[in-house]
Design a protein around this ligand. Structure first.
Ligand code: SF4
Length: 378
């Protein structure tokens, strides 16, 4: 299996109210030092395998100039064996791109854009603390759909004040640009964000679980009716337009990560870089390495990860490779949560909705079965 490369660009115009990603407000001198550190990290890496996808995420990578993006891609091409036709994605945010920039990006080696639209509703965008408004979103979608054949749109649901009609309207507007790929994420409240303070101070009320379920079902029904494949819990695509980069994560393929907070999975070892941007630059300048965590995975870790990751997708898992109790699969199938076929199981639409519960039950069963077989060997 080929590998993937993730590059983290941790700069944004301002922090959104819900964001706990590793990102800081854009600053030109810090960005310049960061890019030098990033180039050094790429230069020092060693990986002989083939690379099938590159994903430049953030943060807001579209704050870089096209020539900075091109330098990163050129460096990767010099250093690694990027396959011909590799999927090369750049995350972009409305309000940070214009028509000339989108045209120029086509000449940098980028062949897929992922746009953080989140909502087409001005009040929802203000609530989220996004820098763009609905006109920026419309322009970004219009330009990108004209110049890129392959692009993805992120939308969010469960935003306080959002109802089913509002969500339907967001989806309808986005669908007007015929995106080949849509990711739909539930708004989550992360510790230390302005959103969590608003919640603690009683200034906002979150959507109820029933509301969120209804929204999830509305998205799945509407997109499937429009011909999209629901190929992962939060992801929908036209045929052959699934995100190959993310599919590699879910299939537990190897990947390299460069930049602050970037992760990697190489030869059954997980590595993580420091998430602190100043620390990352210092470590790269002084020590030439920014890894702060390195974990060699056990066989049980690997199996657990396979269940946790692969089961998110419509490919599912091969039951021969895991040791969960067969009765559990029978029960889950009777409840309409999984489908069993030729030794494989995968989540049904209802199972995707209740994926946390299904996955926890399977992982518990694997742990118990493993305990029993370990005891039997003693
Ligand atoms: S644009 Fe993305 S990374 Fe930047 S602050 Fe907003 S949510 Fe976070």
């Amino acid at each position: 299996m080929s590998a993937a490369i993730y590059i983290h660009i941790p700069f944004c115009i301002k922090k959104c109210n819900y964001c706990d990603f590793s990102s800081i407000v854009f600053n030109e001198p810090v960005k310049d030092r960061y890019l030098k550190a990033l180039m050094r990290e790429i230069e020092m890496a060693s990986f002989a395998g083939k690379v099938e996808t590159v994903y430049i995420g953030g943060g807001t990578p579209s704050l870089l100039t096209p020539s900075e993006v091109e330098k990163i891609i050129n460096k990767l091409e010099q250093k690694f064996h990027l396959l011909h036709g590799a999927e090369v994605t750049l995350e972009v945010n409305p309000g940070t791109i214009d028509l000339p920039k989108i045209r120029e990006l086509r000449n940098t080696g980028i062949n897929r854009l992922s746009i953080g639209i989140q909502s087409m509703n001005p009040m929802e965008l203000r609530f989220l603390g996004r820098v763009h408004d609905e006109t920026d979103s419309q322009n970004a979608l219009k330009w990108i759909s004209r110049y890129f054949d392959n692009f993805s749109v992120d939308i969010m649901y469960g935003i306080p004040g959002q109802d089913l009609e509002g969500l339907r309207d967001n989806l309808k507007q986005v669908l007007g640009y015929n995106p080949p790929h849509i990711s739909a994420y539930e708004l989550s409240v992360e510790k230390g964000t302005p959103l969590s303070c608003m919640l603690a101070e009683g200034k906002i009320t979150l959507s109820t679980d029933d509301d969120k379920i209804a929204m999830y079902e509305l998205i799945a029904d509407l997109l499937k009716a429009k011909g999209y494949l629901h190929y992962e819990i939060s992801n929908y695509s036209r045929k052959d337009y699934h995100c190959k980069h993310n599919m590699n994560y879910w299939m537990r393929g190897e990947y390299l990560g460069f930049g602050a907070s970037a992760h990697a999975l190489i030869r059954e070892t997980r590595l993580r870089n420091t998430p602190d941007i100043t620390d990352y630059i210092r470590l790269m300048e002084e020590e030439g390495r920014a890894v702060v965590e390195e974990t060699a995975l056990t066989d049980l870790d690997r199996v657990n990860e396979e269940v946790f990751l692969r089961l998110r997708t419509d490919r599912g898992i091969n039951t021969d490779t895991i040791s969960a109790a067969p009765e559990l699969f029978h029960l889950l199938e009777q409840e309409g949560l999984i489908l069993k076929k030729n030794g494989w199981i995968r989540l049904t639409e209802k199972g995707m909705l209740l994926s946390n519960r299904v996955i926890v039950e399977i992982l518990d069963s694997i742990e118990k079965t493993t305990d029993i077989s370990t005891q039997n060997r003693r």
